[in-house]
Each structure stands twice: as C-alpha cells, then as structure tokens.
Design a protein around this ligand. Structure first.
Ligand code: WTA
Length: 695
C-alpha cells in the first residue's frame, strides 16, 4: 500500500512532523525542545467549575451516551432529530446503509422518508422559539470599525428576498448555484437562500483562480452564479469579478455557459462604475434583491435530497464534488456543534475559517445557526492591520468560543505574546482547532497565552467528507492531552487498521478507518459514484477509509498523524500533489514535475516541487517565477510552491512510478535516510538532485 509512505511509526515521532527540517528558527527550536519532552501522560484537566456547568461533565456521562449511540444508533439519533421541525417524519428504520463494497453499491441514507428544510430549522424555528431579536450574525469588515449585524428576524428577511429572487429567475429545487463570495454577510445568506428553495449550493473559496472556478462550473453546470465585484483582504484589493469573467469565458468554451451572474456591489472595495459588465448576463444584487418580498415559503425537501456540493482535493485527478444531503447533515452538524463547543445560548461564536471550505459550511453557517447561536463573520485577514486584530475582535464582540486553525496559532505565536496580552480576552471560555494536527507547543501556547490556562481546547478531527466532527474532545468531560484529538464523537466508531485491513487493538499506529455510517457522512461524489466507492470504500473493504494515519495511546486517546495519501495539507488547506503537478506541466517549458509535502513551521506543510524543463530551456530564476505563476493561475495563490528544485530527471522505478519516498527525503534534507535506491532505473539521478539542492 502506497499510503504507508510518509507514515512514521511511533506517535511522538509523528508529532514531530511539524518541527520543520529546513532552517532552524526560534519557533522550531521551541517546538523541538518541547515536543521531545511531551509525554502521552501529560493530562490537562478542565476546571471543576467548567465541568459542573458543561452539557457533559464527566467521562462516565460521555461513556454512557457514547455506548447508547453505538448500541442503538436509530434511537439515539431519532431522539435528537425529533427536536427539529419535520414536515413529515422519517421511516421507522432511521438509517439504512451499505458501506461494504463486497455487498454491492455503497449507499448511505439517514431519516429517509423524512421531509424537512434546513433553512427553516436554522432561522424560522429559532424565531418561532422567541429568538427573532437575538443577533444571528455580527459582521466585522476588513478595516477595524467597519461592522454590521443582523438579528435572526432580519437575517430571515434577507434570505427570503434572495430566495424569492432566485425563484423568480427560474432557480428551483435540484438546480445548482455556484457561490463565489468572500466573507461578507451575503455568503451565509446566499447559502441559506439556496437551501430554502431546495437548490444545491456549491461554494467556491474566493481564493481559487479563474481556472479552478471554471473547472467547478463545468462539473456542476450551475443555473446561476453569485459573486461580488471585489474584496479587500488586508492591504490588498482582489478583483473577484474579473476572475469570474475569465472563468465564465472558459466555461462557455467548454460548452457550459452560465446565463445569470448576480453580483454584489462590495462598495468599500470597489465602486460599480469601475466594474466591467456584461449586459444580459450580469445583474447587480442591490438593484434586484431588495425589491422582493421578505417572506418566502420554504420548499420542503426529502432528507436525502442534496443540500450542497463542495469540491475538495484528492490524491489523483480533478477535484471531487463532495455531496451532502439535508436531513442527516442538519442533525449531525447541530449536535456536534452543541457538544464539542459546549454551546450555551449566551455564547458569541467566532470561527476564523472561510465559508468556502467545509469548516465554514458546517461550523459558521449551519451548525451554529441551527442552535440559535450568534456567529461572527470576519471579512479581513487575521494580522491586519496588526497581529493583535484577532484579540481586538474577541474583546469587541465578547467572543466566548473561538474556533481556528493551528497554522494561525503558530503564526500569531511567532508574532509574540505582547499582541495577545494587550487585550483582555476574558470573555473566552472555549477554544477550538481544526485543519491539521496541532503540535503540542502550539497547543500549549493557545491554551496558556490565548486562553489564560482557563479554556479547554476542542481539537476537532474531521473532513469535508464527514460533514462534521468525528474525533473531538468534549470539553468538561475528559482531561485533555496537548496534541490529541482524544475520543470519538457520539455514533462514531473509529478503527485503526494495518495495511491488510485488519483492525489493530490497543496501543498502535495505522490507517484510520470508520466502521458504519453516521448522519453527516457524504453520500456520493457528484456525478461519479464509482470514484466515491474506489477512493473511500475499496481500500479497506467494510470500512470508510479516511486517508489519515492515526495512533492510539495506552489510554485510548487518538493522535492524528497526517495524510497518508498524496494530499498535502498547507495551512489547513487540502491540496492534491497531482493538481499542483498538472498545473506545473501545463507550463510550456515544463517537461515533468513531482510534488511532495515538506514540513513548514507555520503552514504545517509546504509545497516542494521537483521540475524538469524541456530540452534546451535554460534553468533560470525567470522560469522559476513563471512556473509559480502558472500554479497561482491554475489553482490559486494558496497552492503556490514554496520551493522549486531543478531536476535533470525524476527518480523512477522500472515500472515508471515516481519514487516519492526519496523525493520527500531530499526535500526535507534527510540525505542519510534515502534508503534503498537500487530499484531505480537510474540511481545516479539521486546524486544529481542532491547536487542541485542549493540551485
Ligand atoms: C486534516 C477540514 C489532525 C486531516 C475539516 C483530514 C486534521 C483533512 C484535523 C481534512 C485535526 C483536519 N487534527 N488533522 N483536528 N482536522 N485534519 O477536508 O488530514 O479540508 O483528513 O476538512 O485535514 O481536510 P478538509
């Protein structure tokens, strides 16, 4: 199995993955020293007071609930689902599934026969419960001082106006709408408006290039597109509309024209007069949407009708359209949010992710609003105008739950404690982490400095595919171990298997798989159910294969060790090595490219590319720059290689496979650990690569 490549054996070695083997910096030295000292026995207990007020206040209470969820999933989840509004109740069997490829097509259904609407449950239901005047959403713009807010009642009105507009232009149940928006209030509004009328939204992160956007358009053939003219991020203005224009030309060339493009005028970034316009296709949001009624009846949908598509990277080929449906996703995101963040109605919740990724879907828009929570949507960059911005925002809105990513924690840690301690942060009671394993030293800094040693950290392990949290601390219930995602959420049965697919018991390291389905599981890959089965259910028959490695320690705590496939995790963003390679080889001067992940002190992993140029093209700085530009244009700036290593040839086996194991060692400068090179067609290639390290 190729996934074994890149996996360490002992858990504490794996936790050193992020130490960074490039130039040792101040931060690296700290990480290294501490990670070596970190023991699995290192327990951090929640305060007595915290536990006493928590939904789940002891390991026993968790254990009881967990056992119930495993022994009687139908009863457990039905009970929770009954708290939502259903037009029609689901079939008595609650869940039907086949996740075993040996028994035929993989099929997962939850609450089949049930009829509901997730937008109704997120907005109308909370208003009916008397929360119409509660703030649903605080919006903080890129510039400090730029802000806005919406109550639940106001948010519903805005959602209804857009829903009515979309219906009016012919968007209906089952139609797809592409949303390419930055973190404006209009982004969650657009998602909810689609959900309200049964349309399928497909949000594309606004950092993706025109090429990536058009690729997604061509795949999902949207009825309409929603975007804006421009956005400011930090000191930069990004002209989104120009990207949209280019993408739409490309999609027309590919035979998928988009007839309607609704553009929000983001005035603080750019005036409409300076925006290029295609009459007949482009419509200003502000000109049409506010004219529509503020009430809109919902389209009741089957629990298994699709809610959204979200494209994510895999180890091969083009991005996959992960498909989530309505009922199970609703129940699962709401429940995980409630318990993993010990949500209380008085909380103000801030997730620093972007709605363009799954975290923003499940834990900015749906999970929190389904709970009637107050969310904060931040348009800007976390270090603008200075590295104290996050804590300024925390104090300004009295944020109680802060959910962010290790890459941001490490970046802010490097900026120094003074930026943090300058602010009160007294409102904070829970911190969260997602996107990649959090190394123990970043965990401790987050815990000690940001949370004043008061706030439990929910290190939530999950994926676009899982819809919601899978392995996560339940704050108040368990003592934590810095760097461990701890234990499974209710209803989740993680197993660790060896390369033959045998479950390993007790203390071990292996491939992380999941037994049985859960309500929030994805149901398919859009238009490619076969790829769904091949990628996730065939590698270890009988299980869902996560693509991650994992260790379990003697106390049963889980330690995620990172991807074991050809996916790199850069600043918490999933990027397939194959995607970057294909962007590089699209450059006319590039003959061949091989990409590997390499430890990066802030990003977690960086992108390291070995490139062979076509004969006769001299290796130059200019070519290097244009190769990087090619990746930015094809995918987006976040996928730009950190390093291009000139390669007269790429090491390959006799069967023509690239030896990534050796490339990873060269990239991380572990030159005395290259291992056996005798199976290469030409072992001297390795020496040539080593000789070019500093070129
Ligand atoms: C990684 C993001 C360790 C993991 C929600 C997974 C994590 C991939 C954690 C999914 C965590 C996410 N600890 N690793 N707490 N959270 N990952 O689809 O490798 O963008 O497979 O979903 O991120 O990334 P995705």
């Amino acid at each position: 199995h190729r996934w074994l490549l890149g996996m360490g054996s002992a858990p504490h070695h794996d936790r050193l993955r992020h130490v960074g083997s490039g130039g040792i910096s101040r931060l690296n030295a700290v990480v290294l020293g501490e990670a070596l000292a970190a023991e699995e026995n290192d327990l951090v207990f929640p305060s007595h007071d915290f536990s006493r007020h928590a939904h789940i206040s002891s390991p026993e209470q968790y254990q009881n609930m967990y056992e119930r969820s495993i022994e009687d999933p139908a009863g457990f989840w039905s009970n929770i689902a009954s708290q939502f509004c259903w037009k029609k109740r689901w079939n008595p069997e609650v869940c039907s599934e086949n996740i075993d490829v040996r028994r035929g097509t993989v099929k997962i259904e939850w609450f089949k026969g049930g009829v509901t609407n997730i937008c109704y449950n997120a907005l109308d239901r909370n208003i009916e419960a008397g929360n119409g005047d509660k703030v649903a959403l605080y919006w903080e713009g890129n510039e400090p001082g730029q802000d806005a807010q919406l109550t639940y009642a106001q948010m519903l009105e805005k959602v209804c106006q857009l829903a009515n507009y979309l219906k009016n232009v012919g968007v209906g149940k089952g139609d797809t709408v592409i949303i390419y928006l930055p973190m404006l209030m209009e982004l969650p509004i657009a998602m909810l408006a689609c959900a309200r009328i049964g349309a399928i939204h497909s949000v594309v992160f606004a950092g993706f290039s025109a090429e990536s956007l058009s690729q997604r358009i061509v795949d999902c053939k949207p009825k309409a597109m929603i975007s804006c003219n421009a956005v400011c991020r930090g000191a930069k203005v990004i002209h989104l509309k120009e990207i949209v224009d280019t993408a739409l030309v490309e999609s027309v060339n590919s035979g998928v024209p988009v007839d309607l493009c609704l553009i929000f005028e983001n005035k603080s970034a750019m005036k409409r007069e300076s925006t290029k316009w295609q009459i007949g296709r482009d419509v200003w949001w502000e000109d049409v949407v506010p004219q529509f009624p503020t009430k809109c009846l919902v389209e009741w949908v089957d629990a298994e009708d699709p809610l959204f598509l979200l494209y994510t990277s895999g180890s091969t080929g083009k991005p996959k359209g992960v498909l989530h449906t309505n009922g199970g996703y609703m129940v699962y995101t709401a429940t995980t949010f409630k318990y993993a963040f010990d949500y209380k109605p008085s909380d103000v919740y801030w997730c620093t992710a972007d709605c363009g990724w799954i975290t923003g879907h499940s834990y900015i828009t749906y999970g929190p609003l389904l709970n009637g929570a107050t969310i904060l949507v931040f348009e800007g960059a976390p270090s603008y105008p200075d590295p104290g911005r996050c804590w300024d925002i925390v104090d300004k809105y009295k944020v109680t739950i802060l959910y962010t990513a290790p890459t941001l924690v490490r970046a802010l840690m490097r900026d120094g404690d003074e930026y943090v301690t300058r602010y009160s942060r007294k409102s904070l009671r829970i911190l969260g982490s997602v996107g990649e394993p959090i190394n123990p030293s970043a965990w401790r800094w987050f815990y000690n400095v940001v949370g004043d040693s008061r706030c439990p950290i929910s290190d939530t392990w999950w994926q676009t595919e899982t819809g919601g949290f899978m392995i996560t601390p339940i704050p108040g219930a368990w003592p934590q171990k810095p760097g461990s995602a701890t234990f499974p959420f209710f209803g989740i049965q993680p197993v660790i298997v060896d390369e033959k697919g045998n479950e390993i018991e007790g203390e071990c390291t292996g491939y992380l798989c999941i037994k049985k389905s859960w309500p929030g599981a994805f149901r398919s890959l859009y238009g490619d159910h076969e790829r769904y089965e091949t990628t996730y259910f065939k590698p270890f028959a009988g299980y869902y294969f996560t693509g991650d490695g994992c260790s379990r320690d003697k106390d049963g705590y889980h330690w995620l060790t990172g991807r074991v496939d050809d996916v790199i995790n850069v600043s918490g963003h999933r990027i397939g090595t194959a995607e970057v390679e294909s962007a590089l080889v699209s450059h006319p001067h590039c003959a061949e490219a091989a990409v590997v992940g390499v430890d990066h002190e802030v990003k977690g992993q960086g992108i390291y590319a070995f490139v062979t140029l076509v004969d006769g093209i001299p290796y130059s700085e200019e070519v290097r720059k244009s190769l990087i530009l090619a990746v930015r244009n094809q995918i987006g700036a976040f996928a730009a290689p950190d390093k291009i290593h000139w390669a007269p040839a790429i090491p390959k086996t006799r069967s023509g496979k690239i030896m990534r194991r050796i490339l990873r060692k060269i990239a991380s400068r572990q030159l005395d650990e290259l291992g056996d090179t005798s199976t290469l067609v030409d072992p001297s290639v390795v020496d040539q690569l080593i000789a070019l390290i500093d070129h």
